[in-house]
Design a protein around this ligand. Structure first.
Ligand code: ZN
Length: 148
């Protein structure tokens, strides 16, 4: 099995059997995002304690790329600090811009299966949807609502 078909298989596996699909009873933050170009929808929930993502869950629908990316992302960010998830997001964005160095970075784990998506600008939006939600979630955490 070559690398490309292995990657294809990983994407389908995450699409058919997504990790961390579901919801958190009392999330620290919840962000819903849409990709109108493809019709993908993601709602991301995070539980954060002392700057560490203790749980990441998502619900949504859309193409295999968008859902697999969300599944792989939540799997990768659980147990990490917000700072670590930020650098992972930067690395993944570089991967989506065709950065060869990022494509060889093992810290991306299964996410490297999405390497080939970089060749298709329309699909890059699908792959980045969950990450845009993560970015918004982190912004929301940075500026918690003030008490009345
Ligand atoms: Zn899509």
């Amino acid at each position: 099995m070559n690398l490309e078909s292995l990657y294809q298989e990983l994407i389908l596996q995450h699409h058919r059997h997504p990790k961390n699909r579901g919801s958190i009873e009392t999330p620290s933050v919840e962000i819903a995002m849409k990709n109108p170009v493809c019709g993908d929808e993601i709602t991301l929930q995070l539980a954060v304690e002392d700057g560490v993502v203790t749980a990441a869950r998502f619900t949504g629908q859309g193409c295999s790329i968008s859902q697999a990316s969300a599944s792989m992302m939540t799997q990768r960010i659980e147990g990490r600090t917000l700072e670590e998830t930020r650098s992972l997001a930067r690395l993944f964005t570089r991967l989506m811009h065709g950065d060869a160095e990022a494509a060889n970075d093992r810290s991306l784990g299964d996410l490297r299966a999405l390497t080939g998506v970089a060749k298709f600008p329309r699909r890059v939006k699908c792959a980045l949807l969950a990450w845009n939600a993560l970015d918004e979630a982190e912004k929301a955490l940075d500026s918690p609502p003030t008490d009345p």
